[in-house]
Design a protein around this ligand. Structure first.
Ligand code: ADP
Ligand code: ZN
Length: 752
């Protein structure tokens, strides 16, 4: 396979000359599209496609990571540099993954070297595989001499006991811990021939039979979904959208389908939003599935390499991870599942700006395996694909055990607030009463307030001055815990001025954030224990585990959080969910804000009444007639889709078209603006008629970010990936001479 065939021209670099040398084509991890030729040192084993190498690059001879993409050529009389180092004896990326990389590079308009580099964790290959020492008993109990120390005796007893239960070997670490014996004294036992110590590679754990047991029978809907999915296993590529309401038992269906895959000797990849890896979802999966490799951002490099190698060697049966797990080197792939497929966290916001779900569908296609996309609130993109027959739609329309959906009540915030004490509050009468009665019944509450910080603006009424981030064109948000103003776009913090810098007048804090709600709760419910869950308080997975653990054990009464609380939490004693303001996500100027609002309400509402206590949901808003809120309050996904789709169609927006967004950025305003203008002009000249509509140049939604000015050009097309097919080979031409950085974002999920 010639990876670079279509996309790249012939190479150029010059240094060494050797007419007989073996030459390979290499793409490097930098913003260059071509491949370059390098001499492959004779001392090395023959090169393989996809092998990672270090090569000297550019005039300074910078050492860069690269990938062998062509092994076929031999040198003419050109002068070439030589490959410096080979990282892997065997390529990490096999043929299907290389093909996927090629597709990503083209579709997401990202240079191939950068794309391939993003597909392999950089730690891989830099750690030796872990091994552990195991101990077994030699001979029988009768051989034990009487001169043993008490701890040595305990070691032998433990091994004897284990053997009686059919376990021949125990890990040395466990033995030392249980017996209190030292390593040396265990070694002396081995010296006397009473035990044997062996080293063996550490592997992912199998499941013991009792934990693996199915905790319940599937219901009729789950059974019929299972039957349909089972038919697809081993039968080539297919895509299924599993639309199941919250609490309908989707996870249970994944578990059982994945078991079928494992029984057939194949591997499965389960993509989940990053945050789900910190919730009970992961624990539930680990209890039910054997040999689970987990890839997430909390791993150390050594752990990550270990899991990666277990997958590549075929020992891992299941891979669970966020979007990057779509690149897991499972060579016996049998199924991909994408849970919560609507989540925008599947989109990567650095190059390659890929969408994990869409890449997963492509991978399934390349590998010829089925893919299942699951959600209670499918993205309109996936729903349309289902409507057009590209995906099969399977539904789980009811909650398990015939539990009712929680009842939603919309309350008009303007009629709800009493400001008797001239205090600004945001928890209205209805919600206050419901929280009180829920706490009285000793049940739990989840509250959503999807805005971080305390106040959204630091404002001067006398001059209308608003405190802005010095690096971004956005207001700074006041945080009470630190008493600092913080930019939510670049994380910069600033101290608050004491007075208005224009008039010297008083400053006020304006707008609501979650910290203010926290204060209001402690004022109104002094006896209740409140835990706040947002990215300011949850800075590690450990904290996340602790808060969720405490909530699960009933040590916390009210869990107050940003959208984090809307993701997969399953707590039986939660009978009330309150959405403090449904308006925060509606107010974002984005064509998806209605869809996002709908999803958020339905998902958070879905946390209520998941077991035997019926659930209730209070939605506070000042837009009580808003269709997204109305449909969400009736759990009416189809109604929402039927309302929203024609609107999108009418104004030519996804899922009826696709967008490609170019952001041109530079610290100098003029250069960013001129760059975008030049880019737009070039695109207008270059693109064949009818391929795409060109919008812009125009200032980006956030015109200044981290000190960089940003202007954009958008393309809108109804012709699938054809625009990228046309543009990818021309990316260098397109940006030539433009003195600003150009970022490509295909199918953007944020237009800020
Ligand atoms: P979803 O992913 O659709 O929100 P889950 O798979 O988390 O739903 O299931 C919700 C709860 O119901 C979980 O606690 C799960 O263990 C339980 N559950 C799933 N299937 C069944 C079933 N057939 N009978 C009883 N309980 C079930
Ligand atoms: Zn900023």
């Amino acid at each position: 396979m010639a990876f670079t065939e279509k996309l790249f021209e012939e190479p150029s670099d010059t240094v060494v000359s050797d007419a007989d040398a073996h030459v390979v084509g290499v793409v490097v991890n930098t913003n260059v599209w071509r491949s370059f030729d390098y001499i492959w040192p004779d001392a090395l084993d023959a090169p393989a496609l996809g092998q990672r190498v270090y090569v000297p690059f550019g005039r300074g001879g910078r050492k860069l990571l690269g990938f062998v993409t062509d092994t076929l050529r031999r040198a003419g009389d050109r002068k070439l540099k030589s490959v410096l180092e080979v990282l892997d004896a065997q390529p990490q990326l096999d043929e299907p993954l290389l093909k996927l990389g090629q597709w990503i590079s083209q579709y997401y308009l990202t240079p191939p070297g950068m794309t391939l580099a993003a597909m392999i964790p950089s730690a891989v290959g830099r750690h030796r595989s872990r091994s552990e020492t195991v101990v077994r008993m030699e001979g029988s109990r009768g051989d034990w001499p009487s001169s043993l120390g008490a701890r040595q005796k305990r070691v032998l007893d433990e091994l004897f006991e284990a053997r009686r239960q059919g376990v021949e070997e125990l890990p040395l670490g466990d033995l030392l811990r249980h017996s209190g014996a030292s390593r040396d004294s265990v070694k002396r036992l081995a010296g006397r021939g009473l035990i044997r110590m062996d080293s063996r590679p550490v592997r992912l754990a199998e499941l013991s039979d009792e934990t693996a047991a199915d905790p319940f029978e599937l219901n009729a809907d789950q059974l019929s979904a299972m039957a349909k999915l089972k038919e697809k296993l081993g039968a080539g590529f297919s895509a299924t959208l599993l639309h199941g309401v919250t609490g309908s038992g989707k996870t249970e269906v994944y578990v059982r389908v994945i078991r079928e895959v494992i029984a057939a000797g194949r591997q499965a990849i389960l993509l989940v939003p990053e945050i789900a890896l910190a919730t009970q979802t992961l624990e539930r999966l680990l209890k039910r599935l054997p040999r689970v490799a987990v890839l997430h951002s909390g791993l150390t490099d050594a752990q990550r390499s270990f899991h990666y190698e277990q997958i590549r060697d075929g020992h891992a049966a299941v891979v669970v991870g966020p979007r990057s797990a779509v690149f897991a080197p499972a060579r016996k792939l049998g199924l991909i599942v994408v849970d919560e497929e609507h989540e925008s966290s599947y989109k990567q916001d650095t190059a390659p700006r890929y969408h994990g779900r869409d890449v997963a569908v492509k991978r399934a296609q390349i590998e010829g395996v089925p893919i299942v996309l699951g959600s209670a609130t499918p993205s309109l993109e996936s729903f349309r694909n289902a409507g057009q027959g590209r995906y099969e739609l399977i539904r789980l329309p009811h909650r398990v055990r015939n539990l009712p959906m929680p009842r939603l009540t919309i309350v008009d915030l303007r009629k709800e607030l009493t400001s008797a004490e001239h205090r600004i509050e945001l928890i209205g009468k209805t919600l206050t009463n419901r929280i009180a009665s829920t706490l009285d019944r000793n049940e739990q509450v989840i509250l959503l307030m999807n805005r971080r910080g305390y106040a959204s603006y630091v404002f001067s009424p006398s001059s209308k001055w608003v405190m802005m981030c010095p690096e971004c064109s956005r207001p700074m948000v006041y945080h009470q815990a630190t008493a600092l103003a913080m930019c939510h776009h670049c994380d910069r913090t600033e101290t608050l001025p004491e007075r208005c810098p224009v008039t010297g007048g008083k400053l006020v804090l304006f707008g609501f954030g979650i910290q203010r709600i926290e204060n209001e709760l402690s004022r109104k419910f002094p006896g209740a224990i409140v835990a706040r869950m947002d990215s300011d308080t949850m800075t590690s997975t450990k904290q996340f585990h602790r808060v969720l653990g405490d909530f699960g054990e009933g040590k916390v009464d009210i869990l107050l959080g940003t959208q984090m609380v809307g993701k997969g939490l399953d707590f039986p004693r939660v009978s009330l969910v309150g959405i403090v303001s449904a308006d925060t996500s509606l107010a974002i100027p984005d064509f998806r804000s209605s869809e996002r609002t709908f999803q958020l309400i339905v998902q958070v509402a879905g946390r209520a009444g998941r077991a035997d206590i019926p659930g209730e949901v209070i939605v506070q808003t000042i837009h009580e007639k808003d269709p997204a809120i109305q449909f969400a309050s009736r759990h009416d996904y189809d109604g929402f889709a039927a309302y929203e789709m024609p609107l999108r169609k009418e104004i030519h927006l996804p899922p009826f078209t696709r967008l490609v967004r170019f952001v041109v950025r530079h610290a100098d305003q003029q250069r960013a603006e001129n760059g975008a203008a030049a880019l737009a002009k070039r695109l207008r000249e270059m693109l064949p008629d009818g391929l795409a509509v060109i919008i812009g140049p125009q200032p980006a939604g956030v015109i200044r970010l981290r000190g960089q000015f940003r202007h954009e050009v958008r393309l809108r097309t109804s012709r699938g990936g054809l625009v990228q097919q046309f543009l990818a080979p021309r990316m260098e031409e397109l940006s030539r001479g433009i003195p600003a950085e150009i970022l490509a974002d295909v199918d953007p999920t944020s237009l800020m």
